[in-house]
Each structure stands twice: as C-alpha cells, then as structure tokens.
Write a protein that binds this ligand. Structure first.
Ligand code: HDD
Length: 734
C-alpha cells in the first residue's frame, strides 16, 4: 500500500492540469456550458417540468394555497436567498481577467525563483483590479486608489502580488488599517458618502495622521482617476525580499508599467461617468480583451542588496516611501499580458482570493510592518468571506500538486484516499520536501532588539517625500492636485477639518496651500510650516510614461453623423480607425438607418446622441455633408458633445462643412481651423476643409488630403489629451 496514495493523486492532478500547468485547462474541469440539449434539473439532478408555478391547490376558478412540499420551489428560493457572500471589506468593486507572465531577462543574480529566472516559462496569471472604498455596486471612475492584484499560478505554487496603482500607502503599521479604512468608508451615523474620500472623517484622519501625507498627495493626483485599468502602473508597494542560489538576500519592490502609457480621466469626466456609465473601467477591460487588444505591462524590479539597507535617508521598509528612481533604478525584466475574460464573474472574479503571504521559494518577506500585518489579514479575511476550504475553489487552487494533512471543514471538496492524516506516518506519505526538492526555506535572518510597540527613527519623518512628489509634478498635474484637494475639502462641512488641512498643506508647499485656501476658505496661510527642499525625482510624474509608442489602439472614437453625411469622409475615417485597432462608434440623432448624401449608402449607428455621451469616447470625428451638419448644428446635444469633448481635452477631427460646425461649437478665436484644402491642427482640433468630390481628380486629391488628415488626427488622439487647452485656459466649456 505504501506510496500508492500520493502517486495516484499526483497523476490525477497532472491529468487535470494538462502538461504545461495551464490554468485554463485546469479550470475547464469545473466548467460546464448550457445548450439546448440540456434539460432543467434540481441541484440533486432530477429533471423538472415547470419552473414557473409553485405547487398549489387550484381549481378552474380558484387559486388555493401553495404547498410547502414543493421541494423544487423551495430549493430555488433557498438558493436565491443565499446567493450573496460578504463583499470584500475593502476593494469590493473590481474586475478581473486571465493572462500570462514571462520574464525575458533572468533575475538569477538576485533570486532562484524560476518564475523570475526561467525565460522559457510562461506562467498563467489572474489579475483583479479594484477600487478601495466603494461597495460592490459602486461606480468605477470615482477618485480612489486602484487595486492591482496578481495571482501567478507557478509550477512551484501560487505567488500573489496584492498591489495598487500607487506605490506608497497611508499607514506604516498594519495595526492602523481599520482606522484608515473606517475614516475613508461612509460615515457611521448615516452611511454617507459612497465610494468617496470627500468627507469630514477622511480628511480629519489625514490631518491627524501625518504619515498619510505622501499617499494622499498621490490619491489627489491624476493617479486617483485612471482612464483605464490598462493604463495604470501596478506596484507591490511593500518591500519584499529575493534570495539567490548563493544564499544572498536583496530587498525588492515590484513594478508593472503599462505598454499603453499611464493616462487618466479629467475630473469633470470622471464625475459624469460615475453616473453615465458606472461600469466604465469594467467594460473597457472586457472590450479590449474581446477585441484582441490585449493589455500588457512591463514587469520591473527595484533591488537593494541586504548590506545597503541602512544607506538611505528613509527606512526602506517604510511603505509610505518610494525608492526614488535616481537612487534605485527600475530594472525591467518581464511582461504581463491579459488575454482572456472570465467565463463567470462570481466564481472567478468574486471568489478569487489573494494573500500577500503566498510566495514561492526564492521570494520572501521583509520586516516591513505593514506587510507583516497584511500577511496575517488576507488569510483571515478569506476565511470569513469564502470559508475554510477557499483554497480549493477552482480559481484559487494552484496548478501544481497540493498534498498535506489539512482536512475537513465546511465544503471540503478534495477527496484524499488513504489511512493516515498526520505526519510523521509509517508510510512516509507526503513527507516534507528537502531544499533540493524545492522546499520553501525561511531565510535565517539575525534578529536583535527589544520588544516594544514602536518603530525605528526614520519612520517618523512624514513630509519629505510628499514634497518630492509635489515638486516632481508637471504644471498640469499640480493644477489637478490643487483642484482635487479643493473639491474634496469643499465637501467637508466641518470648518475644523478644512482649515486644519489647508494649514497642513503648508508642510508640503506654501503655494499649494494658498491656492487651495483661496478656493476652500479658511485662513489664508502666509508662511510655510516647513521649507520646501526643492528636490525632484524621476518616475513620479505620470507624464514620464507616455506609452511604448504613441498609439490609438483600443481607443474609442465617435463618428458623429446625421442624414446627408459625407460618405467618402465617413468611410475613410471608419476604415482608418479600424485599421489602427481603435474602436469606431457611430453616433447619430437616432439609432436607426442614417442615409448618406446622395442616398447611395447608409449606416446603422451604434448609439444615439442622448443615449451615449462624449465622456465615453476618447475622440470625435465629424464628417461633412451639408444636410448632416445643419441637423447637428440645430441639435443642442450635438453641440454639447463637441463642447464637452473639447473641454475634456479630447482630439476632435472635422472635414468639409463640419469644420465650420466645430468652429461654431467651440467659438474660441485661439482655436483656428483650416480655411483652405490643407490639414490644420490647432489645440488638438484637426480639420480639413475639402467638400465632397465632383471629379476623379478631386477624388485623388481628397484621398491624399484625407491620409494627411488621418495621420494628424491620430497623432492628436495618441497624445491622449491636449493639455495646451488647459494651460491656456480654453477648456472650461463643460
Ligand atoms: Fe489590502 C484587499 C492592496 C494594505 C487588508 N488589498 C486588498 C486588495 C488589494 C489590496 C489590491 C484586493 C484584492 C482582490 O482583488 O481581491 N492592501 C493593498 C495594498 C496595501 C494594503 C497595496 C498596502 C501596501 N490591506 C492592507 C492592510 C491590511 C489589508 C495593511 C490589513 C492589515 N486588503 C486587506 C483585506 C482585503 C484586502 C481586508 C479585503 C479583501 C481581501 O483582502 O481579500 O484583507
């Protein structure tokens, strides 16, 4: 008998997993799909005839009482009553997808973990993005930190990086987590506001708890309102460790930088989207993956040898500090790609459970006091959210064999054969792995110190990096931070809260404090609490991550038409947009057939101007056509679309008669549009005056002009937004 049980189990496991440890084939074991051949059954498998009537006493003319004996009906109601599980206490609102991770440069100098050294390996991953404060049904585009949690299904076990889109955190020690979350969540007396940091309690805490200063500056920056999950950086935030084959240890930070660049919404747009399309980020991710525009991130590490731990002004274990790039450059060594949407939201995105404590040999933890506390918290929360056997759920189970003596508990799924459930046992079943067999060995770190509720000295400095961050921002980013703080503090009714906070800003920068005080009220500060050290660092401003190559790929571009539109310009734009792997969305006054000028062609719009809004697209194109343009000019909503897109700094393209329409809508002398047949670009408004061709020669000319126009228009879109409009104060048209 000895040895048989583990072997059979291993065989069964590898049959399930497929030869390459592929998570998708692993999941297929538990996936079923409905078809018309299937028949309705109860959960215990008995076919049912009528799911619409509860068993009851009836006669021709009288409906009598329902019968409790209807176990089918009771099963349906009972299952429905228990559909909800507790939502995550934080990061409840989220969206996830599958993908793969690969290193292209081995990090074997610092780690022996194959996931970071084996360049031939593709590791399956599941990534869940989220907001922090809102509940499960809250809007995607609120101002908040975004979660960026990755489960790597490695051949050595699951490795989870549970990160954010911001590289620092509000607190240094995990014991403070309930306070920061309570302060940010809806207030206890009336459960207001939902998914917002703009309220008294949040800012009261920020004032009282100075170590949060650096992080709130990040949250108030454009990082707090990303354009897309696909356009955010991801940071492991905490300090982890890597161990190499020589037994040397390094401290490490993990970083993901998106191929598409780091881009944000503008605030007015984010506010409106929260009502107009609360699922904006969720749909964006889904749509990109379905369209084959797979989001990709470069994976990087910042590494500090163990011996250099104390060579910095800040403590490298303090999660409220970044490791500035000029001191510790990021080394990009791999790539993360998301390429498959989930089959079912609940069983995959909702039931996925991450634990910071899940690491594989070669990767370990530091004494970062936030990380140590997290290592306790995540495991604990999964127990209350999902139950004891949460690690057996298909989305959570590893793709490598699992064999141990953990047993029983509610909803145990695995059936482990054999007579022993303890170690040591006489059969040597499931014996501990040696080092050589890949067993996880904790690093033998020397420890000294006294037992105390305290932190080391460097943890007490809280403002230097908040200044560094502020100093490193571009003028536009500073504008946005100022306005964000002014918005948030305006929502604090308690004058103690906003007056103290305005004063706190003088610990960062007097100019910032004065600008906010000028809008929010309270005493105008005249002196800085602390001089600004004037230092800057690379890698903090998101403008430094414009994207690998400027691209319109996966951007939504609205083509606005009405009856009588110019079919040549329309068709040229539609096909060029599609060829650029962007998404053309035809928008019109109604969602039914729209006929082109001359009646030779027509189009069925995707949406009408009232149903869809300019906030949901990245750019507008309006082809000419006299009748079409006249109709749009008379439509208040069409004019609002153009003005709003202009106010939100989006590229606008117009040809033929539509050039005049845009000039009329925007009505700003600074924005010039072409008066000839030439392509003209002014503040991201790209125009081409030519009207519909009347001869073949004109067709050729127009084709050339159109090509130049498209190039210029696409360039404007690829810049993401036209910041010059904001710098020159032209954007307040929303
Ligand atoms: Fe946390 C969820 C990120 C500090 C306790 N956290 C959660 C998620 C992310 C983060 C992305 C959602 C995971 C998912 O998609 O399922 N959390 C962070 C980061 C932190 C951080 C980057 C700072 C570096 N968290 C933190 C602390 C504690 C927690 C200090 C507690 C001591 N976090 C939790 C939690 C959650 C969670 C209560 C809720 C749901 C879950 O874990 O699975 O345990």
């Amino acid at each position: 008998m000895a040895g048989i049980i583990p072997d059979t189990f291993h065989k069964a496991q590898s049959a399930i997993m497929g030869s390459k440890g592929d998570k998708i084939s692993d999941l297929s074991q538990d996936t079923k799909e409905m078809s018309e051949k299937d028949r309705l059954t109860t959960d215990y498998g008995v076919k049912q005839t009528n799911p619409e009537d509860w068993l009851k006493v009836v006669s021709e003319d009288k409906t009598g009482p329902m019968l409790l004996e209807d176990s089918f009906a009771r099963e349906r109601i009972h299952r429905f009553d228990h559909e909800r599980i507790p939502e995550r206490v934080v990061h409840a609102r989220g969206s996830g997808a599958f993908g793969k991770f690969k290193v292209y440069e081995s990090a074997e100098d610092v780690t022996f973990a194959p996931v970071l050294t084996d360049t031939s390996r593709e590791t399956p991953v599941f990534v869940r993005f989220s907001t922090v404060l809102g509940s499960r049904g809250s809007a995607d585009t609120v101002r908040d930190v975004r979660g960026f949690a990755i489960k790597f299904y490695t051949e050595e076990g699951n490795w989870d990086i549970v990160g954010n889109d911001i590289p620092v955190f509000f607190i240094q020690d995990a014991i403070k987590f309930p306070d920061i979350i309570h302060a940010g969540k809806p207030e206890p007396h009336n459960e207001v506001p939902q998914a917002q940091s703009a309220h008294n309690n949040f800012w009261d805490f920020q004032f009282s708890h100075t170590e949060a200063t650096h992080m709130f500056m990040w949250a108030m920056s454009d990082r707090g309102i990303p354009r897309s999950y696909r356009m955010m950086q991801g940071f492991g935030v905490n300090t982890f460790t890597l161990l190499n084959a020589r037994g040397e240890r390094h401290f490490v930070k993990f970083i993901f930088t998106p191929e598409l660049g780091v881009h944000s919404l503008v605030w007015d747009e984010a506010l409106k989207l929260a009502g107009q399309d609360p699922d904006f980020h969720r749909k964006d991710l889904w749509e990109a993956i379905e369209n084959g525009a797979f989001p990709k991130w470069k994976f990087g590490i910042q590494v500090i040898p163990e011996a250099d731990e104390h060579n910095f002004d800040f403590d490298i274990l303090d999660a409220t500090k970044v490791w500035p790039e000029d001191l510790v450059p990021t080394r990009y060594i791999g790539e993360l790609e998301l390429n498959r949407n989930v089959d079912e939201f609940f069983t995959q995105t909702e039931q996925v459970a991450f634990c910071t404590s899940h690491a594989v040999p070669g990767i370990g933890f530091s004494n970062d006091p936030l990380l140590q506390g997290r290592n306790f918290s995540y495991f604990d929360t999964q127990l209350s959210r999902l139950g004891t056997n949460w690690q057996e759920l298909p989305i959570n189970r590893p793709v490598c064999p699992v064999m141990n003596f953990n047993r029983d508990g509610a909803m145990r799924h695995t059936i482990t054969k054999g007579t022993v459930n303890y170690w040591p046992n006489r059969f040597e079943h499931a014996k501990p792995a040696t080092n050589e067999e890949g067993g996880y060995v904790e690093y033998a770190e020397k420890m000294a110190g006294i037992k105390a509720r305290a932190r080391s000295t460097k943890f007490r400095e809280h403002f230097s990096q908040a200044q560094l961050f502020w100093n490193s921002m571009s003028p536009i980013e500073r504008n946005h931070i100022t306005n964000a703080l002014a918005f948030e503090l305006d929502h604090c009714e308690d004058s103690v809260v906003y007056e103290r906070m305005v004063n706190r800003l003088t610990d960062i920068d007097l100019g910032l404090a004065q600008a906010v005080a000028g809008m929010v009220g309270g005493e105008m500060p005249t002196e800085a609490n602390r001089p600004n050290h004037g230092l800057r660092a690379p890698g903090l401003s998101q403008t430094e991550f414009p994207g690998a190559t400027p691209t319109i790929k996966s951007r939504r571009i609205a083509i606005i038409v009405a009856d009588g539109y110019d079919p040549v310009a329309y068709a040229a734009a539609y096909s060029a947009i599609s060829a650029g792997m962007a998404i053309p969305l035809v928008i019109s006054t109604r969602r039914s057939k729209i006929t082109a000028a001359g009646g030779s062609s027509s189009v069925m719009p995707h949406h009408h101007l009232e149903g869809f809004r300019s906030t949901m697209v990245d750019a507008l194109f309006i082809p000419g056509g006299e009748q079409s343009v006249n109709t749009l000019a008379k439509s208040g909503r069409a004019m609002h679309w153009i003005r709003e897109a202009f106010g939100h700094l989006k590229a606008i393209g117009a040809t033929g008669e539509a050039v005049e329409l845009v000039r009329y809508a925007v009505a700003l002398p600074q924005v010039t549009v072409s008066a000839s047949g030439d392509v003209m670009e002014s503040y991201g408004v790209v125009t081409l005056r030519q009207t519909m061709p009347e001869s073949f020669k004109e067709v050729v000319q127009i084709a050339k002009g159109t090509k130049a126009f498209m190039e210029e228009f696409f360039f404007a879109i690829a810049q993401h937004r036209n910041w010059d409009r904001e710098l020159d104060g032209l954007h307040n048209q929303v």
